[in-house]
Design a protein around this ligand. Structure first.
Ligand code: B12
Length: 432
């Protein structure tokens, strides 16, 4: 009799335990940590000249519990210098990542603590994004990816934001979740993380007066999660390899917004691990964005009150030489390169085998400066092609230079995409 009473209780316990077990099983096991080494090597052995890149890496290593004293100091210094020198010119999302990285660990031995005034600065930058949207047909100064990072950071660090505005801005049909009609999984994923933080703070009573918005925020999360899941590929990737890590984080924190049958984490994780083996993550920011999910962490765990749990014993972290530049490629290849505005400007270029897209652009520019001159802006993903023939990308108009190969958009940038013999490369003046 007693036992039969206990059965429903056991069932109930199982019901609550299973979802969290699923997440645990999805984490890369300790025996398989060696498969994450390429990510860590990319992060540890890169030279950091940009604050936001250093911040992404610091955040990732801290979330994963990996510490290397000298690297930690180098990254903190880089972030600090950037904030001290450039705070007024930092984009909102850059400042957000820096606050996240800084606040990710409150190590009592840290020489530098994050300054609470930075959160006030972020509030102003978030407000400026909203004002720009009002003045420019709903287009932010940067992107919705950055607005999502802003909201996430303001929420985690108790900054001010209006939930009425948030509920309006982050509605899932907003055009800023899309680039050229394609849903941006990266953007949707960070928005889900931010909205989940907002939802949790309303639910746990921190924002008692905002309760009436709970349904709206929950519906936004549900519908964004649906859009993310609809981008799941047969091999398990969500969007592409570079958006999958953040999508995994979003799916971890929103597991009650979708049916368990809609996503099996293991195939996704296994494909990511395969791609790591094949060297997909040579850019430190890309490596930093994927690592937390693989060790079962999310950006929601960045909390100013949580001390660091360093467990670097699982990884052997040694800093190697800072730059690996491939030398003497013996053979040359011939590629076709075209700049397309309204009409095409084409050229055939010979470059050494192993060259990247940017080398082709430079070679073309040497031959014909009028047709092929271009400028780049250094970003956390490497050189971004900002202008060609003096025509510059502009967020207010949603214009940019799209990179294509054989008429298909590339999933990598000019600084990392390795070109092949006979390929048709193009930079096309486009609207997203
Ligand atoms: C917004 C965004 C864009 C916007 C940028 C303008 C804007 N409104 O901000 C648009 C739509 C124009 C765009 C274009 C491209 N993008 Co984009 N973009 C993003 C996104 C969603 C957020 C970037 C961001 O704000 N980061 C936060 C801030 C704080 O960091 P940041 O370093 O300061 O951000 C700057 C750079 O990321 C830069 N940027 C954006 N995209 C790219 C791509 C490359 C290769 C580089 C070097 C820089 C760059 O724009 C940001 C603002 O200045 C990321 C997603 C992600 N996971 O990071 C993809 C992402 C960075 N983009 C990507 C790609 C592939 C491209 C394109 C090459 C696509 C193409 N075939 O043309 C082009 C860039 C071409 C060029 N001219 O050099 C990939 C990069 C993958 C990789 N390993 O290199 C990502 C990761 C998306 C993905 N999952 O595939 N992008």
């Amino acid at each position: 009799m007693r036992q039969s009473h206990q059965l429903p209780l056991v069932g109930l316990l199982m019901f609550f335990l299973i979802p969290s077990q699923l997440c645990e099983i999805c984490e890369v096991s300790k025996e398989n940590y060696f498969r994450l080494k390429p990510l860590i090597s990319t992060m540890v052995n890169s030279k950091y000249t940009r604050g936001v890149q250093a911040a992404y890496v610091l955040l990732s290593l801290r979330l994963a519990g990996i510490q290397n004293q000298s690297l930690d100091q180098e990254l903190i210094q880089q972030v600090k210098d950037n904030v001290d020198r450039n705070i007024s010119t930092l984009a909102s999302g850059e400042l957000a990542v820096m606050i996240l990285a800084w606040g990710a660990c409150r190590n009592p031995n840290d020489a530098y603590r994050y300054d609470p005034q930075l959160v006030e600065q972020l509030e102003k930058k978030f407000q400026a994004e909203i004002e720009n949207m009002e003045a420019h047909d709903g287009n932010p100064l940067t992107s919705y990816y950055q607005l999502s990072l802003d909201l996430l950071t303001l929420c985690l660090f108790h900054g001010n934001y209006s939930i009425t505005k948030v509920s309006q801005l982050f509605a899932p049909d907003n055009k800023n979740y899309y680039f050229g009609g394609q849903f941006s999984v990266d953007t949707g994923a960070v928005a889900v993380l931010a909205l989940t933080c907002v939802k949790r703070s309303v639910m746990n009573g921190q924002r008692e007066t905002d309760k009436e918005y709970l349904d709206s925020i929950s519906n936004h999360i549900k519908s964004l999660v649906e859009k993310i899941l609809s981008e799941k590929k047969e091999n398990g990737l969500i969007g592409n390899i570079f958006s999958t890590g953040e999508a995994m984080q979003a799916l971890f924190v929103s597991s009650n917004s979708y049916k368990k049958s809609k996503w099996k984490c293991q195939p996704t994780r296994n494909t990511v691990l395969k791609e790591i083996d094949q060297g997909a993550f040579s850019i430190p920011t890309a490596a930093a964005q994927v690592l937390p999910a693989l060790v079962g962490k999310t950006y929601l765990e960045v909390n100013e009150d949580s001390p660091c749990v360093y467990g670097s014993g699982n990884f052997n972290i040694t800093q190697g030489p800072k730059s690996v530049t491939p030398t003497n490629s013996p053979s040359s290849i011939l590629v076709h390169y075209c700049v397309r505005i309204n009409k095409p400007y084409s050229i055939n270029v010979t470059v050494p085998d192993g060259s990247v897209f940017l080398d082709v652009m430079e070679a073309a520019q040497k031959i014909n400066k009028t047709a092929f001159r271009f400028t780049t802006v250094e970003t956390s993903y490497g050189p971004y092609i900002n202008s060609v023939q003096g025509i510059s990308a502009n967020t207010n108009d949603r214009t940019y230079w799209k990179l294509l190969s054989d008429n298909k958009p590339l999933a990598q940038g000019a600084g990392s995409y390795v070109v092949h013999d006979g390929e048709n490369l193009e930079v096309r003046w486009s609207i997203y």
